[in-house]
Design a protein around this ligand. Sequence first.
Ligand SMILES: Nc1ncnc2c1ncn2[C@@H]1O[C@H](COP(=O)(O)OP(=O)(O)OP(=O)(O)O)[C@@H](O)[C@H]1O
Ligand SMILES: Cc1ncc(CO)c(N)n1
Length: 265
Amino acid sequence: MFTACTIAGSDSSGGAGIQADIKTMTTNGVFATSAITALTAQNTTGVTDIFNATPEFLGHELDAIFTDIFPDAVKIGMVSKQELIETIANKLKQYSAKNIVVDPVMVATSGARLIDEQAIDALKTKLLPLALVCTPNIPEAELLANMSIQNETDMEKAATIIESTYGCACLCKGGHQINDANDVLVEKGQVHWFYGKRIDNPNTHGTGCTLSSAIASNLAKGYDLETSVQRAKDYLSKALAAMLDLGKGQGPMNHMFDLQGEFAQ
Ligand SMILES: Nc1ncnc2c1ncn2[C@@H]1O[C@H](COP(=O)(O)OP(=O)(O)OP(=O)(O)O)[C@@H](O)[C@H]1O
Ligand SMILES: Cc1ncc(CO)c(N)n1
């Protein structure tokens, strides 16, 4: 059994954050462990409160995980405070963590801001350099590459800038703003496009969390990065295509459509 660790925030409505990550990792056939960075009071319509872990407590969670069930891959999601990012970076270095996927979560699908201004700096200078790959959506890629993105050529350019600036491969996701499901991966200067079929489903709460956890799960199983991204996109598309409809806002997708099926391999 391969293992993956998610370091992220809890989403009380279960569609994003830690909950999405654990469901995704489970359905993708790896054993999930979790270090919770924050509790959010959240549902499909918005976030009403955030309660951050202390850096000490987060450090203890990571010590407990890394000294026992050492993860074959690590996914990092919402981390809103600079001190929490520093704790994560220090622990990942201390334990020589591998296959690190950073989803630079900044804003929830519902529009709520999930990161402090100072934390963005720490993300850039301390966390991204440790990552194998980061997975920004368009607004996040604009901020990390310091440019505006209007089309697929801009996505490619931004991903190239992000890889050379922060030293990790970059998967820039088109889903959010450019109206398609096409994402571009820049790895060691090589550009690879993943063309997805856009699914007409308004319930996209947690798509970013799900994609990054599925990538981490596949890296944990030993697939290379390109294959891991392709498999993760296939999983996400099928979870969206299951057309779950829960809640009053943009609802979650069905992570469990394939328990113990093709994606567990
Ligand atoms: N309607 C859709 N149909 C198919 N794929 C989609 C759709 N919407 C998004 N995707 C895909 O989902 C993945 C996540 O992209 P997205 O831009 O939604 O992430 P995100 O904005 O980080 O998500 P979140 O809102 O959870 O933070 C990408 O691979 C994207 O192409
Ligand atoms: C806890 C959490 N992490 C990430 C996201 C981004 O979708 C969210 N809405 N909530």
